[in-house]
Write a protein of this length. Sequence first.
Length: 457
Amino acid sequence: MPRRAQQRVPVLAVLVCHDGRQWLTDTFAALDGLTVGPRHVIAVDAGSTDGTREAVAACDRLDEVVGVPADTGFGDAVRAALAAADARYPEPDPWVWLLHDDSAPEPDCLRVLLDAGELSPTAAVLGPLCLDWHDPRRIVEAGLSTDASGHRQTGVGPEELDLGQFAQNAEVLAVGSAGSLVRREVWDALGGYDPALPMLRDDLDFGWRANRAGHPVFCVPRARLRHAVAGGTRQRPPDAVGGRYRTADRRHALRTVLVNCSTMALVTGLLRLPVLCLLRAGGFLLLRRTGAARAELAALRYVVGGAAGLRAGRRLRRPAVVVSSRDVRALLTSRTTRLRNGVRGGLAGLVRRRLRTELALGRLPARAVPAPPPATPRASGARFGPSALPAGAVAGLRAGEGQLQRTAGLRPPARSVAVAVGPGGTLPRPGQASPAPPGSALRGSALPGAALPGSTD
């Protein structure tokens, strides 16, 4: 199949891969199908063992493939690609487009992102509307935010469908790394993704730092990208962080909040977060969610024990800060919003579990049971309604009343009355004898005007 004509623009696309062979075919097809494509594409393979390395090496759309160890974080993988691009091309591209191996941008995705960047010259990071990989009607992510306890918010409710509710570009705290378009000068000024966050919350931290540095972050919903979210759905192990996914996520969540918040919020957080973590761990144990309880306790030990490196992280962020925390606070998720989203998500989870149980037991809700299909004629010549009755059966039907009048000629028979049916399900016409099979006879009362089989006029 010939490749469609594609306009190339000064953008460097960095495709980070790690055991993503099952998605790469669609990812490569999406890159070929872009109406406006990046001028250079560099892939980074992080120690894949499922054939990803061979797949990216065989793709002629890639300009170079860089290999890194399996435990390399996403930010370090992007830095390796940028170093390879700087060594290969004398002039760096002004934009860097970050892609995952489990993401597939729609044909106009990059063009829409670049148009939004031209309309907002101060914007440093722009992200698309992320849709479900298998069902593009479902929204996965519309920008990122967090509350004071580190709980990640994706801007959408559980199982939210794309009904056109996201029509305007929105300023957000951060956007996901999959499909995000970053100005190269801002990436270099901020040092890229934090090396202390190899994955999980690294994109949220970068967006927060960009906002504090005076570079707005926008979610551009007209730019769309399908994302399988392979890490979040446990479709591959989190080799970059090691250990348990949930534990690493909670650790990085608390660190992201505490290194980017104001000094007053830091003091308050260090006083209240231990209490909240203990309460949450106890609640999870009551619900028999031992994994979530273990993650809360591990995150608390990570922060209190000093492994989070809060002092060093805040010191590294201080030179780039030009916007006060008060101005960025509006982009954070309030406690009221967090509570409302939690209640909504809990109710949706209860409904989903109830439906799964009903389906497993074979009990569907009444409204979910499909209606029986309408009866269809057995043959094209079959008749239905009053015309299908034997001749004389509707002689007593009074006009306008819709019911049969009992007359001397139409009494309920003492026995069942059988009427022979002709070929194709047709019934005899008035005054016409019904064809009877050989040896058959009818017993009972005769209907007026109808000749029964075996009788003579």
